[in-house]
Every structure is written in C-alpha cells, then in structure tokens.
Design a protein around this ligand. Sequence first.
Ligand code: AMP
Length: 190
Amino acid sequence: MHNIVLFGPPGAGKGTQSEKLIEKYGLTHLSTGDLFRKHLGEGTELGTLAKKYMNEGRLVPDEVVIGMVEEKIEETKDSKGFIFDGFPRTTAQAEALDVMLAKHDMSISGMIALDVEEDILKARIKERGKTSGRVDDQDDEKINTRIKVYLDETLPVASYYEKQGKFQKINGVGEIDSIFQEIAAVIDSY
Ligand code: AMP
C-alpha cells in the first residue's frame, strides 16, 4: 500500500499527475481543493465557510481542513492507498495526517514535490483560469497571494518530510508523460 503526498505550488501539475497516478496504481485521490469546491457547489455549511478563504487565495483554517480529511479517510480507509493532493499545506496538517493514518495502521510512504519556477506557474494558472471557472485562477492579485501563501506557510511541510527521509523532488516542467514516468519511478522504489 502506498500513501503519497503530491506536493508543489499552485499550478505545478498536481491534479494532472494525480489523475494518471490513480489510473496506474488504483489509489484514492484525496484533493482538499476538489473537496472544498464540491462543498461550495453543493452549498453546504463547510462550503460557505471555505468560500471566503478560497476566493482570496488564503488557507482555510487547519481544524476545518483536518476534519474534512479525517472524514474522507474514514469513508475510504479500505482503499489501496491515497494520493494526497493539496494537503497537507501546513506543518500542523502534516502532524495531524500522521496521527490519522496511524489510527488505521497506515503511514506516508513519501512526498513527491513538483518543482516549477514562479513565472511558469503564473502563466499556467492564468491559462487554466480561462476554462476552470475558478475565481482564484483569474486575477494577478489572487494568484500572487496563493504563491506567497505557498512560500510562507506550505513550503515548511517539505522539511517535515525531508527530516523523515521521505522527500523527493522532481522537475515539474516538460512533457506530462515524462514527468509522470519520473514520479512512477519514485513510487516503484518505495
Ligand atoms: P487547490 O485546488 O489545492 O489549489 O485549493 C484551492 C483553495 O482551497 C486554496 O487556495 C485554499 O483556499 C483551499 N485549500 C485547499 N486545500 C487546503 C489545505 N490543505 N489547507 C487550507 N486550505 C486549503
């Protein structure tokens, strides 16, 4: 069983690569961004709470995110493993994830980080914004906030896994398929 954290700034290609990983390894995709967007679309209380943070490109409070992930893990704990996408985004979330997994005798196999430089990220997000319908993909200020939040609050999560010897960085610029092959090689080494 593999439990993988797919890591990287907004626009790094985590969603695209997750789709291919699910197909190859039969893992359960757990994207907190997708879960929040689902709640938003359904107009749930959680969606309403998350909306103001998401639309500004800020992080939803840890306890809200952690509660939502815990529920999803409970629902799908018999799966072959998880790809965590967009989670954990703070060190507190990473610590909570370890505790949640340990309850089910599971642990993180490794973090795979997609490395993409900032100007490419911005261009990719704006391109995605033409079709994604996401408010947070569409203006420079929100995109800049998301990248700043990533650098300030999320990047320390990489050190959390690095200290555990579970961190691997991959170049996230190039052909989708060749990036995927590199990710798969890391997973096959676990
Ligand atoms: P994403 O689709 O991963 O870019 O997430 C979209 C937005 O959802 C983020 O900008 C945050 O507002 C919120 N979000 C998603 N995942 C998390 C998380 N792990 N912690 C806090 N906020 C999150």
